[in-house]
Design a protein around this ligand. Structure first.
Ligand SMILES: Cc1ncc(COP(=O)(O)O)c(C=O)c1O
Length: 464
């Protein structure tokens, strides 16, 4: 009989902490597939709780797909039929033996597979839902789907007005729709000098001219923007006020107000990208709150549920709704109803909240690990973020360090793809803490980075 003793966290109701401890033990391998959990009465005595608390914890773990109960025999760790998910994750995240810190994914957890499993099971249980998922539907999504997504965003502290919300195929799609709808080829669009590469590429594809606005630790230098506007104002300005990807800079409150003032003065559309999710207490006032008449807010399921869902939202001023719907229709009629419906069911599943709670704690632990190991290099990373911006020491070239790290099995990004227009490339790396399959792998990646930076630049040069 197992002698497993749960390690309980200190947040939330006790049954939930026990359920979380079971999941963590299964994840870490402390409890193996097929292993029997302690009998409920024994665990209740051991933890000094009622047997009802243990029953509820086991029921929670069961509901989330971690354990199964066998009548008259007890509760066992499930042989997961989603073992394939783990293998898939291992190949994707470790990338043929590489530790991938180059792409911004949320940290792996089997609750993601559980969430999708529950969502699809719910969808398949209803003939009407299956029918609806295979029919054409309104391009903005059905009223029920928009209500569901708005409510989900509301729970995350994001725009929650279903009337202003359009369902998209993810944040990137939102960027494309906005650029295709609001700006004509040849017009000027502005963004931080270092910004999300998906915006840079979309602007290039839409034949737009790019205006790079300098930024510092407090985000976009809005006075520099004002000077640029005096020469020629952009038609649209794209920004990530809470967390600039890649530098992690957060726009100060006073700059947010000034930015809105400038946008009003020059009639500039503001595109606020919140895809890099941060917990509400780690965000500032949203631009959409400060300037609802000219802000288009972009969000997606990618950093909270799963990137492969390809589901996102655009919250827009009422007068733009029709034009954006027409653009969406002309691109693909609608977002696939099946995926929208699956995402909605997932949003309504309590397992989604457990996943997010776990993820916030996990990213905080990963961030602490990174800041500790990289301390000598003054890494920048905002609380709640999964990104670290690492300016390189004098003499080190980012492309050479990147190549040396690749040879040692670690993938990172340089600043190159994040540069607007033909801005000079700073010598720095962007590290993503989410993708490594475990904290151990992340630690290995960090140690490799430290060892590589400790070498003289010539040593890294030789590897290009
Ligand atoms: C700032 C930002 N916006 C948009 C996206 C694209 O999101 P999605 O996967 O929903 O298209 C990303 C992806 O990393 C991002 O970092």
């Amino acid at each position: 009989m197992t002698i497993w003793t749960p390690q309980l966290g200190d947040k939330g109701p006790r049954y939930r902490r026990i359920a979380d401890a079971i999941m963590a033990a299964i994840q870490s391998g402390e409890l193996a597939a097929g292993e029997r959990l302690p009998p409920q009465r024994r665990l209740a005595d051991q933890l000094g709780v009622t047997i009802g608390t243990i029953s509820r914890a086991y029921a929670e773990a069961h509901q989330q797909g971690w354990v199964e109960s066998r009548v008259g025999s007890g509760t066992y760790v499930r042989h997961r039929d989603d073992e394939a998910t783990t293998r898939f994750r291992a190949t994707r995240m470790v990338n043929d033996g590489m530790i991938d810190m180059s792409m911004s994914f949320p940290p792996p957890h089997s609750l993601r597979a559980t969430g999708l499993h529950n969502a699809l099971t719910r969808l398949c249980a209803s003939a009407d839902a299956m029918q609806a998922a295979t029919d054409y539907q309104h391009e903005a999504g059905t009223p029920e789907q928009r209500d569901c997504m708005a409510a989900w965003q509301g729970r995350l502290g994001l725009p929650d007005d279903p009337q202003r919300l359009l369902i998209t195929q993810g944040g990137q799609h939102g960027i494309h729709l906005v650029l295709r709808t609001l700006v004509q080829p040849g017009e000027l669009v502005a963004a931080d000098a270092l910004t999300y590469p998906g915006f840079v590429c979309a602007a290039r594809q839409a034949h737009l001219r790019q205006l790079a606005v300098p930024l510092d630790e407090q985000g976009m230098d809005v006075e520099a923007l004002a000077r640029l506007c005096a020469r020629q104002p952009p038609r649209l300005l794209y920004c990530m006020p809470d967390l600039n990807n890649p530098t992690g800079a957060r726009l100060s409150e006073s700059r947010r107000h000034r930015l809105v003032e400038i946008a009003r003065e020059h009639d500039i559309w503001l595109v606020e990208d919140a895809v890099q999710y941060l917990p509400p207490h780690q965000r500032g006032t949203a631009l959409i709150e400060l300037a609802p008449e000219r802000t288009l807010h972009i969000f997606s399921t990618s950093k909270v549920l799963a990137g492969g869902l390809r589901i996102g939202t655009l919250s827009v001023p009422a007068q733009l709704q029709e034009r954006l719907c027409a653009a969406l229709r002309s691109q693909s009629w609608m977002v696939p109803p099946l995926m929208v419906q699956a995402a909605c069911h997932w949003m309504e599943d309590p397992a989604g909240q457990s996943l997010l709670d776990w993820q916030i704690d996990e990213l905080a632990a990963r961030r602490a690990l990174a800041l500790e190991h990289l301390a000598a290099y003054q890494p920048r990373s905002q609380p709640g973020s999964s990104l670290v911006w690492l300016p390189l020491p004098e003499g080190q070239r980012s492309s050479q360090v990147q190549a040396a790290l690749k040879q040692s099995g670690v993938l990172v990004s340089t600043a190159e793809p994040f540069c607007m227009g033909s801005e000079p490339v700073p010598q720095a790396l962007r590290l993503c803490l989410g993708p490594p399959a475990s904290r151990e792998l992340l630690l290995h990646g960090l140690e490799t980075i430290v060892a590589t930076l400790a070498k003289p630049p010539e040593a890294n040069w030789a590897t290009v």
